[in-house]
Ligand binder design. Structure first.
Ligand code: SAM
Length: 198
């Protein structure tokens, strides 16, 4: 097991999961409620307990794929939502994933990876999206921690990673954050550029 895998798996084994709010958050619920195409292929990387995936599944979206590096949470999800298609629950490192998706949903995954991997996240997301595919979700816009997750950051820094690969259509303070994250996160919508500028 790699150290990253061990680290996250232990967090789930010890139930040391302060980021887990136990249900879908309001910004993502609001966004999902207005999506009409139930066939969209939607990737949720670093999905953890995957309340967002469960919500989409219950709404009738049939192409929702969750990826997480921690086997313990993958097993928990399979037990909690037994009718979620098993092939759509993937225990893998996001950076090793292949495939093509319409939409990547971000929530507390970007802040969980080492900041040295942030440029790679943008590159890998670009690689995994179909033409005109999008990253949509939430990113912290606050200093947070420097030595352990969640790592903080700000929009200027995020622009430097995503601008080469995406048209950043929205990156602004979320108006409907859950209380504990209010004024500390931005809602993002970034559309894949056909060609990266790198
Ligand atoms: C802070 S948690 C967030 C979980 C979930 N997004 C949520 O909102 O509750 C970060 C998640 O990313 C997973 N993770 C960390 N590094 C990963 C990687 N390289 N590939 C896939 N999953 C990873 C961890 O196992 C953990 O479930």
């Amino acid at each position: 097991m790699t150290s990253t895998k061990k680290f996250w798996d232990k967090r789930y084994q010890d139930n040391d999961i302060g980021w887990d709010v136990g249900e879908i958050t309001t910004p993502l619920k609001t966004y999902f409620n207005q999506l009409e195409d139930k066939l969209l292929s939607i990737l949720i990387p670093g999905a953890g307990n995957s309340y967002e995936a469960e919500y989409l599944h219950k709404l009738g979206f049939t192409n929702v794929i969750v990826v997480d590096i921690a086997p313990t949470v993958i097993d928990k999800l399979k037990k909690r939502v037994p009718d979620f298609p098993t092939p759509h629950i993937i225990n893998m490192n996001f950076f090793d994933l292949t495939g093509q998706f319409d939409l990547i949903i971000e929530q507390t995954f970007f802040c969980a990876i080492n900041p040295s991997l942030r440029a790679n996240y943008a590159k890998q997301a670009h690689h995994l999206l179909k033409p005109n595919g999008k990253i949509v979700g939430l990113m912290f816009n606050a200093p947070l921690n420097e030595t352990h997750p969640p790592y903080g950051g700000d929009c200027k820094e995020y622009h430097s990673y995503f601008n080469p690969y995406f048209d950043i259509q929205t990156m602004e303070e979320a108006y409907n954050s859950i209380e504990s994250r209010a004024k500390r996160e931005v809602f993002v919508k970034m559309v894949k550029k056909e060609y990266s500028s790198l």
